[in-house]
Design a protein around this ligand. Structure first.
Ligand code: FE2
Length: 456
């Protein structure tokens, strides 16, 4: 006996005990692990208990037909091979059995050679199936890994694209770029340093340790990974990300984005410088306005301070309060274009003179036109002399059409004007000024704002 290339586990089922035992003997002689039962129910019981490579069954048995047994066996283990034997061989039954997934067919009576041949066929088919399965598994693993690579590449590309877009819009704050980066890496903390100083951050975490890593990346001028953190040098500093277990490909993406962050930081710095320079100019202009109008000294500053107090009293958002403060400081900047004699005239203004005075909100708005960062403050400047009843200037806007910040400023502006000295009268006591505001509520001023102002 020659040991087969592969030993398989076989279950033989035949209601004729002799045939079952004979077959089992032959299979064992061939080196296979074979056992037999004489009833389909017993076969099912064994199939449920153990794994078999091959089921050899008679087609006609009492209780259950061989094909039914095969169907059940295949349901229990889809990889099982099956071999049917029958004394009633017909082409039709054979074809039917093969169509239903039977590996081969044995006609009774059969000899040892027939069995060997059928078995060899089963083994070949088994080997082929195993190969196919392995190929499918390899392929699907490849597809899955390609898919993952594609997904992560796509995420990386989206990040780069987003950062480029954020930076192209030069008004994007640096912190927003860091936040985008942080979200990409699922990071808890992202730091951007310059000369070892943290200039921007996103999230929270162990800052001191990360600053040390940033310092190393900067000094060695190389990206580096530590457990749970990675860093890449940028111009004059480094960017550090803390959170996950990072891999080389993460570091590569970080190193690529580092130059974008340098740009964003540069934009931030330029913006701050520009803002500082513009605000310096604007402050000088306001001082110049107030110097021309000797009764208006400190008016803009006082109005701004009071408007901030009023805004907080109303519970406005910090951003809106900042905007109102800027608008308040700038509201009369258009007076720079109004002749001094008119601004300082004692006694009543002529209609022409009043028209000239009335041009200051529009003049002011035009003056601020080139300053992008003051864009949101411009409507406040333009509309601070509108009236609730629509009889104000320059646009005759009424009630809710007036920007709320401008309506708020109108109340504060009036209060300061009433309580400070004017060319034609001395400043009023606060109680009297509030009384005037109350009487103009709903005609000159927003009634709700007047009530809130008086209550402050
Ligand atoms: Fe004004």
């Amino acid at each position: 006996m020659v040991a087969p290339a592969e030993s398989v586990r076989v279950l033989v089922v035949d209601d004729e005990k002799q045939i079952a035992e004979l077959l089992t003997g032959i299979l064992r002689g061939e080196g296979h692990d074979a056992e037999c039962v004489t009833a389909p129910e017993a076969a099912l019981k064994r199939l449920r208990q153990d794994r078999f490579d091959l089921l050899v069954t008679d087609l006609r048995m009492p209780g259950m037909d061989g094909m039914e047994l095969i169907a059940e066996a295949q349901r229990l283990d889809p990889t099982i091979d099956t071999l049917v034997m029958t004394a009633y061989a017909s082409t039709e039954t054979a074809v039917d059995a093969l169509r239903r997934g039977v590996t081969d067919y044995l006609s009774k009576p059969f000899g040892a050679d027939d069995i060997r041949e059928a078995l060899a066929k089963c083994l070949r088919s088994r080997g082929r199936r195993r190969e196919e399965r392995a190929q499918v598994e390899t392929l699907s693993a490849q597809v899955q890994s390609a898919q993952q690579t594609a997904e992560s590449k796509l995420a990386d590309l989206t990040l780069l694209h987003d950062l480029t877009r954020l930076i192209a819009d030069r008004d994007t704050p640096l912190t927003e770029c860091l936040a985008r980066l942080g979200r990409h890496f699922g990071a808890d903390l992202v730091l951007l340093t310059e000369e070892d100083r943290v200039i921007a951050r996103y999230g929270s975490g162990p800052e001191a340790g990360l600053r040390a890593l940033a310092r190393r990346a900067r000094l060695e001028d190389a990206p580096m990974i530590m457990p749970g953190a990675m860093a890449a040098p940028v111009a004059r500093g480094a960017v550090v990300v803390w959170g996950d277990e990072f891999r080389q490909e993460h570091l590569r993406v970080l190193a690529i984005t580092a130059s974008d962050l340098s740009l964003a930081a540069e934009n931030d710095r330029l913006r701050a410088e520009q803002r500082g320079a513009y605000l310096g100019i604007v402050t000088t202009l306001i001082e110049a306005v107030e110097a021309k109008d000797r009764f208006n000294q400190g008016h803009s500053r006082r109005v701004a301070d009071l408007a901030v107090r009023f805004g907080s009293h109303l519970g406005l958002a910090e951003r809106d309060i900042d905007l109102i403060e800027t608008g308040a400081k700038l509201h009369d900047i258009g007076k720079i274009g109004i002749p001094e004699e008119i601004l300082n005239k004692k006694g009543r203004l002529t209609d022409e003179e009043f028209d000239i005075i009335k041009s200051h909100p529009v003049l002011g708005e035009q003056l601020l036109q080139p300053l992008d960062f003051l864009a949101e403050a411009r409507p406040i400047v333009r509309h601070h002399h509108e009236r609730w009843d629509g009889r104000g200037y320059p646009d005759g806007l009424a009630s809710s059409k007036i920007p709320r910040a401008a309506a708020l400023l109108a109340v504060v502006d009036a209060y300061d004007a009433l309580t400070s000295d004017r060319p034609y009268r001395a400043g009023m006591p606060p109680r009297e000024a509030l009384e005037i505001l109350r009487s103009g509520a709903g005609t000159q001023w927003d009634p709700d704002l007047v009530s809130a102002f008086i209550a402050m």
